[in-house]
Structures are given as structure tokens and as C-alpha cells.
Design a protein. Structure first.
Length: 162
């Protein structure tokens, strides 16, 4: 199953939906994570907030391939994309294990194939280096076997790359 998270807007959403299994549009119409951890403790894998991201961790956790398209915001994800990633923390459990010699949370849904980041907008060399490190760390933390990253000049190019 292939899933795409993007912040490109509704016009690009239909194009992306035609070429993938599931799309999560980061349109900002949902509450940010409250850090209550009820998705870990009270009702595992379901967010306590009943909005469109209520089941986000199940959607993302069962994806074999995940593509994240985001605008570069000071060397990190856009706020709307980061919000989705925060709300999907229950793709892991509160328990810990070692992966690649480092402590990480145990994966609720097991290992996955590929994480692909598509980052668009103005980027300095330092920001590109930060993205490379973040892509590697996110892939390990989320349980992906491999990862890749593509830099694009603008949102239109990023949408074509997806």
C-alpha cells in the first residue's frame, strides 16, 4: 500500500490520488497533537480527538511505501505536515527496542519498505544537510527499510515528482 502526505493543496490532491492508494492532504483543518498519549494507553492506534486524523496512525502504519511532500520550513517539515506526523505517533508503542544499535519505540505494524521525502522551496546547503540527516533518522524511527529524498524548486515541480 502506498500513501502520500502532502501540503500542496486541493488542486494537486486529485492528481496525486490518481497515482497512489491513499492520500492525506495536510490542509491544516484539524487540531494539533495534544500530547495526551491516549493513542498509546487508553485506545491504542486511535487518536482521542475525533477529526479527520482520528485514524491517521492506522493509515500511515499500514503503508508499505510512504511519500511525504512538504515545503521546506527552516530545514524541517511544514507545520501542517508535521502536525500529521505528530498525530500518528501511535504507529509505534510505548515500549522500546533496539534498531540499528539505537533505542527506538517498538513498531505497532512492523517494518515497512520505503520512505521518500520530496522537499520543495528555497533551501540552503545547511538545510539540505539537515534534511538528509532527518530523512535517515525518520526512516529508522518509523521502521522503513530504505529512504530517499528529492529536492524541488517549487510546489508544482514537487507535485510532478510524486
Amino acid at each position: 500500500m502506498k500513501t502520500v502526505i502532502h501540503d500542496l493543496g486541493k488542486e494537486q490532491n486529485e492528481k496525486i490520488l490518481a497515482s497512489t492508494d491513499r492520500v492525506v492532504c495536510a490542509d491544516g483543518r484539524y487540531a494539533p497533537c495534544q500530547g495526551c498519549f491516549k493513542c498509546w494507553t487508553k485506545h491504542p492506534a486511535s487518536c482521542a480527538m475525533k477529526d479527520v486524523l482520528h485514524q491517521a496512525c492506522r493509515v500511515l502504519g499500514t503503508s508499505d511505501d510512504l511519500t511525504i511532500i512538504t515545503e521546506n520550513r527552516y530545514g524541517s517539515y511544514s507545520q501542517a505536515v508535521k502536525n500529521i506526523l505528530d498525530r500518528s505517533i501511535a504507529t509505534s508503542t510505548p515500549f522500546s527496542t533496539y534498531r540499528k544499535g539505537q533505542m527506538h519505540h517498538t513498531l505497532r505494524y512492523g517494518k515497512r519498505n520505503r520512505l521518500h521525502l520530496i522537499v520543495y522551496g528555497s533551501l540552503t546547503d545547511a538545510e539540505k544537510n539537515t534534511w538528509q540527516l532527518m530523512a535517515e533518522r525518520n526512516a529508522i524511527n518509523m521502521g522503513f527499510r530504505e529512504y530517499s529524498i528529492t529536492f524541488c524548486a517549487d510546489a508544482e515541480e514537487a507535485g510532478r515528482t510524486a
